[in-house]
Design a protein around this ligand. Structure first.
Ligand code: FE2
Length: 332
């Protein structure tokens, strides 16, 4: 990132202290995975596990494909901290640095860490999925990292995280509603609890961009247009299960068909962010900035047209085996 942009983040330290860190919760006020799971130290443990398994038996396989996809994305958390931590303007030099950016990165990671733990333990107890296969996938994914195309650039990164946190809030929320429809209220509660955390992180990341759109509208709109041109992909897009080279696109197809996260959601998120950051009304932009502004403002209808074509194609989709559920077949 150019030195003048790095300076912007340094100059935002006091702002971040007051406006960003308020979106973290003290550990003592946070839920923990154990709050939602059978307690192995209690007398009723076996019975509670049996009940969890009975509820899970009523849920179809394609739902579990989607839930495993969400869990694997959460479990690749080391990658996300690796991505944020060394970034120009935000860098945590010692891993215990007390700048607000460094505090945020560590505490956000610590909060997020509960999501993968909870979903992992739930899935293990459900007895519906091949845990060894899933554990291999997590190892493959953390080993592969991610390519968010945000480079070493905090503007691009915060566009990405704003977008991504809203997406995860939507997808965990949809997963919760589907669990409810399948009669599993406890799983629904797990998913909606995670979704509301993601909503809080969305509020934090979009607020950083709110500020950048005020201080440096040109830089902010160029970053938004750049990320939209590259198209934002899920952070787990390098996933591999050891046998299916197209596992990520197969997962995406199932997630789209179930309505957990769809092309419509992608367009909705962009529309929301463009409105939130008042992109249409930005003034004082350079010629390049105005081109970026026009490009971003025209994008939503284009994405909606592509979305219609994608849902037509989905109707003719094949059925394939997924290793995560012992190679049982699921329609894409
Ligand atoms: Fe999360």
């Amino acid at each position: 990132m150019p030195p003048e942009k790095i300076e912007i983040f340094k100059s935002m330290k006091d702002w971040a202290e007051k406006n960003l860190l308020v979106h973290l919760k003290p550990v003592e006020n946070c839920w923990q995975p154990q709050d939602f799971l059978p307690d192995a130290a209690s007398d009723g443990f076996e019975e509670q596990v049996r009940e969890l398994g009975v509820r899970a038996r009523e849920i179809p396989d394609d739902y579990f494909i989607s839930l495993v996809g969400s869990m694997i994305t959460e479990e690749a958390l080391p990658t996300y901290q690796t991505k944020l931590n060394p970034m120009d303007g935000l860098r945590d030099e010692t891993a215990s640095s007390l700048t607000p950016w460094a505090i945020w990165i560590k505490a956000w990671t610590a909060e997020e860490n509960r999501h993968g733990d909870l979903l992992n333990k739930y899935l293990y107890l459900s007895g519906r999925v091949d845990m060894k296969q899933i554990e291999k996938m997590i190892q493959y994914l953390i080993g592969a990292g991610m390519d968010s195309q945000t480079e070493n650039n905090a503007y691009l990164t915060f566009i990405y995280t704003s977008f991504q946190e809203r997406v995860t809030s939507i997808s965990h929320g949809s997963t919760g509603r589907l669990a409810k429809a399948h009669g599993d209220m406890k799983l629904a509660q797990i998913c909606s609890t995670i979704a509301s955390d993601e909503k809080r992180y969305e509020a934090a990341y979009t607020k950083i961009m709110d500020k950048l759109f005020v201080i440096d509208p040109d830089g902010a709109v160029l970053a938004l247009a750049d990320m939209m041109r590259k198209r934002i992909t899920m952070p787990s897009h390098l996933m591999y299960d050891g046998c299916d080279d197209s596992i990520y696109s197969h997962l995406s197809a199932v997630v789209q068909r179930l309505g957990v996260y769809t092309a419509k959601d992608y367009a909705d998120v962009l529309e929301f962010l463009v409105g939130r950051w008042k992109v249409k009304n930005l003034t004082g932009l350079s010629a390049e900035g105005r081109r970026a502004q026009d490009c971003v403002c025209c994008l939503v209808p284009k994405i909606r047209m592509l979305e219609e074509k994608a849902s037509e194609r989905a109707k003719e989709a094949p059925t394939i085996p997924f290793s995560w559920i012992y190679d049982r077949q699921v329609k894409l």
